[in-house]
Design a protein around this ligand. Structure first.
Ligand SMILES: *Cc1c(COP(=O)(O)O)cnc(C)c1O
Length: 455
């Protein structure tokens, strides 16, 4: 049996209608190098979405490969429950050094979703414990403010925070309820405001909700600057900065989910830096190991950490941990990733790439069905619509986004859309030439699908 057929016989793929999968040709990746993936038939694809938003410096990066093999010759895994290991300690120190000021403690886990679960439990338990004398507060600060269209992962706590109906509605009865605030989606602003004239009306609603609910709120959870999975929906300037102020005013914890935006993606190491925001809790995952191994971290302040200190008998322990928490191989990859950022001057080097991406994206406006183009650093979303004037979406059953990425594959570029939003999220290591190729193929692929649709 071919590897393709074995896949179809044994596997169940994530976020995939398996009937569709089994009825179609599939691609099996055999190896990768630089910014390219190679399939079992020897075909080459530019990795246009950083292997689902996590690859940073490309594939088979010598320094990361070496870091992992060198760690492998010492120990692959040992537990963090009751023991420590060298790469986990060293990476924690590095993370604190680069994180927004005030974050001083690192709690590891294995995925963005688990990092978010940990943030939730941490915030919840914190309020229980700091207000122990005051059962009123402890009883009341138990809920979270979240945003429409948010995505924080697929475990039940993270799904509860989420606001993407397509993914989350099915599980409604399993979820806890949150206070849901409107998030800016300027292209489809219900108030019909132009982004330029908007003075962040969504925030007025957020403030209204906080005024009403702050006593029962433990924290507010946000994807800073960009709601990724919602379709690369970018926030107007000042949004998270004002949210930070509001969280201070109403005494609730600000939880920044930097799983997608962290590690240079927005042009700075973390998105929060762009607005000088210091969250109380920050989650990171995708890019932390350069896209090599599963690792995540939840960072928090000394103030919250101290809320968990006490005598053993007080039961203030944070009761959470996963088997592979702080895995030495993953942490050594994380260390190598950050070393490359430093020595390879990754952040200065991507600034001109961000400019080129911005410039090249403008060319896509020539295409009739491009409704909106959103960009933040090296993340971009191109929203395709059936009628640009009325901003009417395509019938989702037409699977326009999917058709576009199939065209892109034929042209040697690997993408994955979010509905009818074409996502471009190349590795930070992408070259100028590859960036141009990426945009050229995107243009041609959209054009090809539209021509076919109209013929
Ligand atoms: C991808 C993502 C997650 C979930 O991360 P996983 O590693 O897939 O569990 C959480 N939050 C945000 C903002 C993400 O983009």
């Amino acid at each position: 049996m071919t590897i393709e057929n074995k896949d179809k016989k044994y596997l169940w793929h994530p976020f995939t209608q398996m009937k569709d999968w089994m009825d179609n040709d599939i691609i099996v990746i055999e190896r990768a190098g630089g910014n390219y993936l190679y399939d079992t038939r020897g075909r080459r694809y530019l990795d246009g979405i950083s292997s689902l938003w996590c690859n940073i410096h490309g594939h088979q990066v010598r320094d990361i490969d070496l870091a992992i093999t060198s760690q492998l010759s010492k120990v692959a895994h040992s537990t963090m429950l009751g023991l420590s290991n060298i790469p986990a300690v060293e990476l924690a120190e590095e993370l604190i050094n680069i994180a927004p000021k005030g974050l001083s403690r690192v709690f590891y886990s294995d995925s963005g979703s688990t990092a978010v679960e940990i943030a939730l439990k941490m915030a919840f338990q914190y309020w229980q414990q700091v207000s122990q004398g005051d059962t009123q507060i402890a009883r009341r600060k138990t809920r979270f403010l979240t945003f429409v269209n948010a995505y924080h992962g697929d475990t039940i706590g993270a799904v509860s925070l989420g606001g993407i109906d397509l993914f989350h509605k099915t599980y409604g009865q399993l979820l806890f309820r949150t206070v849901k605030a409107p998030a800016p989606y300027c292209y489809r602003c219900p108030m019909g405001r132009k982004r330029k004239q908007c003075n962040l009306e969504c925030l007025a609603e957020v403030e209204r909700l906080l005024r009403r609910h702050h006593k029962e709120l433990a924290g507010a959870v946000i994807e800073p600057l960009v709601q990724g999975a919602a379709g690369m929906i970018t926030q107007p300037k000042g949004f998270i900065r004002r949210l930070r102020q509001l969280c201070n005013e109403y005494d609730i914890l600000m939880i920044a989910d930097e799983v997608a935006t962290g590690f240079g993606r927005t042009g700075r190491m973390f998105a929060c830096e762009r607005e000088n925001v210091k969250p109380d809790i920050m989650t990171v995952a995708k890019g932390i190991t350069g896209g090599y191994l599963p690792l995540a971290a939840t960072l928090t302040t000394e103030k919250i950490f101290k809320g968990f200190l006490g005598e053993f008998k007080d039961n203030k322990t944070f009761f959470h941990g996963h088997t592979y928490t702080g895995n030495p191989l993953a942490c050594s990859a994380g260390l190598a990733n950050l070393r490359i950022f430093r020595k390879g001057k990754t952040l200065p080097k991507i600034q001109p790439k961000i400019k080129i991406l911005e410039k090249e994206l403008q060319g896509l406006h020539k295409l009739e069905n491009v409704g909106d183009i959103r960009q933040c650093g090296l993340m971009a979303g191109i929203e395709l619509v059936s009628d640009r004037k009325t901003k009417t979406p395509f019938d989702y059953r037409k699977r326009i986004g999917h058709k576009v990425i199939i065209e892109a594959r034929k042209r040697g570029v690997m993408l994955r859309p979010l509905g009818d939003v074409i996502v471009l999220m190349p590795p930070l290591s992408i070259t100028f030439k590859e960036l141009k190729l990426l945009l050229q193929v995107t243009y041609q692929s959209i054009e090809a699908v539209m021509n076919h649709l109209n013929s």
